[in-house]
Design a protein around this ligand. Sequence first.
Ligand code: BTN
Length: 267
Amino acid sequence: MERKGFVEKKIASLLSEEPFFSQVFYYDILPSTNDFAKEMASSGASEGTIVLAGSQTAGKGRMGRSFFSPEGDGLYLSIILKPDTGFDPGLITACAAVAVRQAVEELMNLSVSIKWVNDLYIGNKKLCGILAEGHFSKDGLPDYIILGIGLNLKTPTGGYPEDLASIVTALSDVMPEEDIPDVSLLCVAIVKQFSRLYKKLPDVGFLETYRSASCVLGKRISYVLCGEKKVGTALLIDDSASLVVQNDNGETETLSTGEVSFVRPIM
Ligand code: BTN
C-alpha cells in the first residue's frame, strides 16, 4: 500500500476508540500542515481532524520564523480544534507541550524539559516546537484553533542549516535510529495525551507537570516587553500559563506570550 494509505489507515485504526479523533490526512509534501488544516477547518472540518506531512516546503514557526521540515526527518502534525468556550489559546499551547512530553516519555522513556512557552528541549537544544494559530469570530470566541507540532526525529543527512546546527537536536542524537517510533505511533500517542488534557480544560491541573518540567523557572532570562529588551529572573508560571518575571529593577512583570532566552552568568 502506498505510504499515504498506510499511515492514514494505521492512525485511524489506532485512534478508533478515541472520541476526540475525527479523521486523518497524510501527504508526502505540503507547504505547511497548519495552513492546510486552516483551510479544512474553515470549510467545515471537525475538531479532532489530523493533518500530517512527510515534509513541508514552507513550515511555519512562531514569531514569523520558518520551521525546517526536511523529508522523513520530523513529525509535522496539525490538529484542528473547535473549542466551544473561549479559554486562552496560551493554555492550549501549554497543554500540547505537556502532551508531547508525556508521549515522548511513554514511548521512549526520555525526559524532556519545557522551555516557556512552547518548546521542548533535550539538554540545551530544541527538540520540538509548537505553533497554535487561532481564527476568532467577532465575539472573541475561536472559530477554530490549529495546533501545529514539529518534532525532530533524525538529523538530516546533510546536517542542519548553519543557523540551526548549534541550537536544535533530534531523537536520533539520544537514541538509536531504529528504536525511534514511526510517525503514526508518535502521532497517536500525542493525540491521546493531548485529548486527555484538553477535554478537562479549563481545569489546568496539567500545569503542575508543565511547571515541574520547566527549564526556565528560577533562571536568569532576557525577554522583550512592549518593545523593550529586559533581563530578569523567571519566578513562576501562573494559572493561565503566563510567565511571571522579576526584572532587574525589582519589578514583577507578567509575560503572556513572546519568547525568552537564557542569560549566561558573567564569570
Ligand atoms: C516553533 O518552533 O516556533 C513552532 C514550530 C511549529 C512547527 C509545526 S510543524 C507542523 C505545523 N505546520 C507548520 O507550518 N508549523 C507547525
